[in-house]
Design a binder for this molecule. Sequence first.
Ligand SMILES: Nc1ncnc2c1ncn2[C@@H]1O[C@H](COP(=O)(O)OP(=O)(O)OP(=O)(O)O)[C@@H](O)[C@H]1O
Length: 280
Amino acid sequence: MSSRIELSHVGQTFWVRGDDDKQLREFVALDDLNLEVGAGEFLTLVGPSGCGKSTVLDLIAGLAKPSSGRLTIDGRPITGPGLDRSVVFQQYTLLPWRTAAANIEFALEAASKRGGGMSKKERAERARTYLDLVGLSEFANRYPHELSGGMKQRVAIARSLSYEPQVLLMDEPFGALDAQTRERLQEELVGIWKRAGTTAIFITHDIDEAVFLGQRVAVMSSRPGRIKEVIGIDLDRDAASDTDIRATREFAEYRHRIWALLREQHAAAVPTDTKELTHV
Ligand SMILES: Nc1ncnc2c1ncn2[C@@H]1O[C@H](COP(=O)(O)OP(=O)(O)OP(=O)(O)O)[C@@H](O)[C@H]1O
């Protein structure tokens, strides 16, 4: 239930209108971007605002086509969206008139129409399974307005996992949450990822989040967007329940290394303190 992703020499150009003469100009968002994500790997992607992180995710999701280069999943070219990939966005896109379980069932119904062929009973069972996986079995019959922000995001994650994609793509899914909920969900996500065996690509502005979640952290440079460096994170995640790995020396060293890489991108920016740049 996992898949390998490969991006080679990927470029993405947009046509944008100039401020002064309103003429259309080419804007190079990504240029010669190369990245490989292993089957079952958890990769986090960080970089300065506007460097092209979401553009990379859109391309992998098949929501956009690159101007140049090649994207493959298990060696097959990515030509459009597919049930093998699922995206979780920052905003919980739940239907307010459907319960948590019904939101998941609805997504499964749509997926079934595209080829899954699941019965109503199977969809209900699958929804229960995944609500259980994200620790929300008791909230299956609640409506979105009866759930906290963190719960809504967990439903969104359960919904994305429910049709068992090989690849889970996440674009700042915890960006709108408070720090405590965010840390708890990070821990839960690591557990879910281990159990589900999915390949995960996770965009974040938060260096701590990138180090905590990623087996590797890909750091992007901007203008044009490229992969500047990929850092392997060797932390004992199994010890996470009894030890606060965020407080370890190794964690701090990884954080500093990534911060230093990002700092080069922020040469013109004001903050110089590590803490201020923990959010990029
Ligand atoms: N459809 C589009 N048309 C024109 N320009 C675009 C389009 N989509 C993205 N861009 C530009 O491409 C660049 C990369 O955008 P993208 O959203 O991928 O960056 P990002 O790294 O995800 O940003 P952030 O961290 O702020 O969310 C930006 O300069 C953006 O303005």
